[in-house]
Ligand binder design. Structure first.
Ligand SMILES: [Zn+2]
Length: 295
């Protein structure tokens, strides 16, 4: 199968160094393998999104020389595909309506009522959950973090696939879109490691292929918080693209490009040729201070 990788940001703010690291790792891994690299905008939750953030992210990627193949896929255009996946699951009896509210849900968000035995319809304004058998295990081998095991049926019973507000759940959308884009390799931040067993379970239920997964360390502040808009991660300065790329490569422990390479095109050509996943630290997070940045 030809290699197809992707970068899939949520447009909640401008591109910052944390998201650039995930973008460049997935880009280099794809290009080093002569593969395609696609971009998907995960604009599934319009109230949480900034107007203009998607365009700003795409513009920043271009400024950093990260040019994608094919058309950008926007999740807000994909409701009919998500609905088709729900219908396919419902037809085989895998879904049920859950009318629980914050008071009746457990702390972890599990449905404690008898919703599981209620009849499935997908037109009512209730949350829709997928049945997870109690003995459901998920195993996968992460290319960086190693073998992973999740007792999914014990830890996360019957998770939500469509929310009460009728928005499709992130896990369902990602699985349907990775299949639509024929993604073979996913490289993303370790903050999504927890989501992977649910995504693999959905792939199995929908008879979709499971891509290879690789969860990268996420960059954190001195206090150990993930870089994000909420933590005031600074937007990348597009006029310093070469310097930003060098920071991202340093974070990923890649060969330092010679100082004579100045343009983003030269830096990326060097980085593609020398890309080595073995050099990336197999840890979940690393402070920005480790690469000489103050936060
Ligand atoms: Zn319930």
């Amino acid at each position: 199968m030809p290699y197809r990788g992707r970068f899939a940001p949520s447009p909640t703010g401008p591109l910052h160094l944390g998201s650039l690291i995930a973008a460049i790792a997935s880009y280099l891994d794809a290009r080093h393998s002569n593969g395609s690299w696609l971009v998907r905008i995960e604009d599934l939750d319009p109230p949480r999104e900034d107007r203009g953030a998607a365009d700003s992210i795409l513009y920043s990627l271009q400024c950093h020389g990260l040019h994608w193949d094919e058309n950008v896929l926007y999740q807000h255009t994909r409701n009919s595909a998500y609905n088709a996946a729900l219908i396919s699951l419902a037809d085989r009896g895998h879904l049920f309506r859950c009318g629980c509210n914050r008071i009746t849900l457990s702390k972890s968000g599990a449905c404690l009522d008898n919703c599981r035995t209620s009849q499935t319809t997908i037109s009512d304004p209730t949350a829709i959950r997928i049945r997870v058998p109690l003995d459901q295990d998920i195993f996968f081998k992460d290319r960086l973090q190693g073998p992973a095991y999740s007792p999914l049926g014990q830890s996360l019973t019957d998770f939500v696939v469509r929310r009460r507000d009728e928005l499709y759940a992130y896990q369902l959308a990602v699985v349907v879109d990775d299949a639509e884009q024929s993604i073979t390799h996913v490289l993303r931040g370790s903050d999504l490691l927890d989501s992977t067993p649910r995504q693999i379970f959905l792939q199995q239920r929908l008879a979709l292929a499971t891509p290879s997964y690789c969860h990268l360390p996420v960059i954190t502040t001195k206090q150990g918080q993930k870089f994000s808009k909420q933590n005031h991660a600074p937007a990348l300065d597009n006029s310093k693209a070469s310097s930003n790329l060098r920071s991202a490569l340093r974070f990923l422990h890649q060969c330092e490009p010679p100082a004579t390479l100045a343009s983003v095109e030269q830096l990326l050509a060097y980085a593609i040729e020398h890309w080595s996943l073995e050099r990336v630290p197999a840890i979940l997070s690393m402070p920005a201070a480790n690469i000489g940045l103050s936060t």
